[in-house]
Ligand binder design. Structure first.
Ligand SMILES: Cc1ncc(COP(=O)(O)O)c(C=O)c1O
Length: 541
C-alpha cells in the first residue's frame, strides 16, 4: 500500500476542497485502510475492485469518486438526499448553525431550533392531516365523526432505529401492553429494540439470545406479485388513459409499450403496479386476490390481539428495504380499524417513505390513514443524523410524565442544533420547490418507462412496481427463483457505467430506485435505458 496522506502529503487543492492536513487518497488507499482498521463486517469490498466506489463529493443528483469519475445517484444515498445532495440552502443553514452553536444540551438546556422544528413537524403531520378533509382521523371511522387529532409532539433522536425505539417505548407507556405486531420482511433498524420488530433472519439470528421477542410477525400483503405463480390476476395499472397518452407522447414508453415480460412463457409479469399520483379515491379498488390477502392478515392479527397483550401495530406503509413491497389499498385502513377496536397504537415507520418519496408528504396519505405515532429520519435533514418520533399530543402526554429533571428517555445529541437547522431548511426546500408533486409526476414517468425495457429475450424475468419516486424492479430466473447473483452483477455493471443503484429485498433481487426528488426525466430515462441494456446483456455464466 502506498504511504498515505494524513499530514504527510501536502494538501493538494481539489475541486471540492480537501480538509486541511488530510491529503487526497485514492479509492484503493481508502479501501485498504478500511480493511485494516474498520470492523470487517461493515464495508463489503470485492477483491477485483468492482465494489464499492469511494465517494469524494456529491452535489444534486451526482456523486464523484476519489478519482473524479461522475455517477448518477439513483439511491439518494438511502433516500436521504431528497432535495439533492448538498442542497445549497440546507448546507448554508447547517454551516451557519455550526458556526453559531455546534452543540446544546439535549434534554437539559435547549436551543430555539429544536422548538421550531418540533412545531414544524406537528404542522406537516397531525395538523395538516386534520385540515385535509380527505384524510380521516383515527376515530372518525369508528364513531362516525372527525376526531380532533390536534397537534403532534416530538421526541428527537439521532438515527432511524432510535425513532422506532422511542415509538415502541411510547406505546408501552401509553397502553401498558408490551406486545407489538410487526410484519414479515419489515426493516425498522438494528438497535436491540428495533431488532425485535425487524424480521430478516440475517440481522436477527446472531443476536437471538439477547432479543426480548416482544414482536409478533404476520405476513405483509403485497400487490403485483401474482406473477410469481404465473398468474396475471394481480396485474393492475393505476394510470389513467389520459396520463398514459401524455406519457406516451413524451416517449416514456420507449420503443413499444408492453406490460408483460417473461423469458419463460409460463411466467407472466404484470408490469405496472402502483402509481405516483394515487389518492384515497384511486386506491379504492382492490383485486379479489388482494382483498383475500388483507382478510387473511386481518384474521391473524385479530387472533393475536385476543391472545396477547398487544400495545401497538408497527408497519412501513411500503416496505423499501424489504424489496419495495406495496400493500393493497385496504391494508392500512384495516390496521387503523383494528388498533381503534383494541386500544392499540398504530405506529407508521415512514423513515424511508416520508418527505415526498412516494408523491405525498407521507405515504400513509395515499390511503387516508392517520397514525398515532410516525417515525421520521433519512430525508428529514438531507444528510445529518437526526430522526424523530412524532405522536399525537394526547397520546404522547398520556405516555410520558412531565420531566422531573431527569428525562426517562434521552441522549447526548438529542435535537442537535445543526440537524434541526438543516431539517427546517430541508422541509422548506421540499415545499418551496414542490418536490412532493415532482415526485408524483416523475414517479409516473419512471413507472411507465420501466416496462420499456421489456422487448428482447433474456434468461431473466422481471417486474417493476412503485409509487412516486420509489420503485423496484424485481428480477427472477426463468424457474421463478430470485436472481440474486444476477442482480449483483447487473448493479455492479451499472456502477461501472456511472449509475448508483442498490439491491433490496430478502434475496437482494430487487433493484431499488429512490433517486433525489430533483432528478430530471432525462436522467431517469438514461438510467432505465442502461438498466434495460444490462438486463438484456445478462447471460448465465
Ligand atoms: C423503514 C426504516 N426504518 C428504520 C430504518 C433504520 O434507520 P437507521 O439506519 O437510520 O437507523 C430504516 C433504514 O433503512 C428504514 O428503512
Amino acid at each position: 500500500m502506498d504511504e498515505p496522506f494524513e499530514g504527510k502529503s501536502p494538501c493538494r487543492p481539489c475541486a471540492s476542497g480537501c480538509i486541511r492536513g488530510f491529503g487526497m487518497m485514492t479509492s484503493r488507499q481508502t479501501l485498504d485502510l478500511l480493511r485494516s482498521y474498520e470492523s470487517r463486517n461493515v464495508t463489503f469490498t470485492e477483491a477485483d475492485g468492482s465494489w464499492p466506489i469511494v465517494w469524494e463529493r456529491a452535489r444534486g443528483v451526482y456523486v464523484w469518486d476519489a478519482e473524479g469519475k461522475e455517477y448518477l445517484d439513483l439511491t439518494a444515498a438511502f433516500g436521504v438526499a431528497a432535495a439533492g445532495h448538498a442542497n445549497p440552502r440546507v448546507v448554508r443553514a447547517g454551516q451557519t448553525q455550526m458556526a453559531r452553536l455546534l452543540h446544546a444540551m439535549g434534554d437539559v438546556h435547549p436551543h430555539a431550533l429544536k422548538a421550531r422544528l418540533a412545531r414544524e413537524l406537528s404542522r406537516i403531520t397531525f395538523e395538516r392531516w386534520r385540515e385535509e378533509s380527505r384524510v380521516q382521523s383515527p376515530k372518525s371511522k369508528v364513531n362516525g365523526r372527525r376526531a380532533a387529532a390536534g397537534t403532534g409532539k416530538t421526541i428527537f433522536c439521532n438515527s432511524g432505529f432510535e425513532a422506532v425505539e422511542a415509538a415502541l417505548k411510547t406505546a408501552m407507556l401509553a397502553t401498558g401492553k408490551p406486545g407489538v405486531i410487526a410484519f414479515e420482511g419489515a426493516y425498522h433498524g438494528l438497535g436491540y429494540g428495533a431488532l425485535n420488530v425487524t424480521q430478516r433472519a440475517h440481522f436477527r439470528a446472531p443476536f437471538r439470545g439477547q432479543l426480548r421477542e416482544f414482536g409478533h410477525f404476520v405476513p405483509f400483503p403485497k400487490v403485483g406479485q401474482a406473477w410469481q405463480k404465473g398468474n396475471r390476476a394481480g396485474a393492475r395499472t393505476f394510470l389513467s388513459a389520459a396520463r398514459r397518452k401524455d406519457l406516451r407522447a413524451k416517449g416514456a414508453f420507449g420503443a413499444g409499450e408492453r406490460t408483460v415480460v417473461a423469458a419463460d412463457k409460463n411466467v407472466r409479469a404484470p408490469a405496472l403496479v402502483g402509481h405516483s399520483s394515487l389518492d384515497a379515491g384511486e386506491l379504492g379498488e382492490c383485486s379479489l386476490a388482494e382483498a383475500k390477502a388483507v382478510d387473511a392478515v386481518e384474521s391473524q392479527i385479530r387472533r393475536l390481539l385476543l391472545r396477547e397483550r398487544i400495545g401497538a401495530i408497527l408497519v412501513e406503509p411500503i416496505q423499501v428495504r424489504g424489496g419495495v413491497n406495496i400493500p393493497p389499498p385496504a391494508f392500512l385502513p384495516m390496521l387503523r380499524r383494528l388498533c381503534d377496536e383494541h386500544k392499540a397504537l398504530l405506529i407508521l415507520d415512514e423513515i424511508y417513505t416520508g418527505f415526498g418519496r412516494t408523491g405525498r408528504w407521507f405515504a400513509c396519505e395515499h390511503s387516508g390513514t392517520v397514525p398515532d405515532l410516525i417515525c421520521l429520519g433519512k430525508a428529514l435533514t438531507g444528510g445529518f443524523p437526526l430522526s424523530a418520533c412524532v405522536g399525537r399530543a394526547d397520546v404522547m402526554d398520556a405516555a410520558w410524565p412531565p420531566s422531573s429533571g431527569e428525562a426517562i428517555h434521552t441522549s447526548t445529541f438529542l435535537g442537535h442544533p445543526v440537524g434541526c437547522a438543516m431539517a427546517l431548511a430541508q422541509i422548506r426546500e421540499i415545499g418551496a420547490r414542490k418536490l412532493v408533486q415532482r415526485s408524483a409526476e416523475l414517479g409516473g414517468f419512471l413507472l411507465s418507462a420501466l416496462p420499456s425495457m421489456l422487448s428482447q429475450p433474456s434468461p431473466l424475468c422481471w417486474v417493476s412496481r412503485g409509487v412516486g419516486l420509489l420503485a423496484g424492479v424485481e428480477v427472477r430466473l426463468a424457474d421463478g427463483s430470485p436472481a440474486t447473483a444476477a442482480v449483483l452483477r447487473i448493479v455492479k455493471a451499472l456502477l461501472r457505467r456511472g449509475f448508483i443503484l442498490l439491491p433490496e429485498g430478502q434475496y437482494s433481487n430487487v433493484i431499488g430506485f429512490t433517486p433525489p426528488l430533483t432528478i430530471s426525466e432525462e436522467q431517469l430515462r438514461a438510467a432505465v435505458i442502461a438498466l434495460g441494456a444490462e438486463l438484456h446483456r445478462y447471460r448465465v455464466k
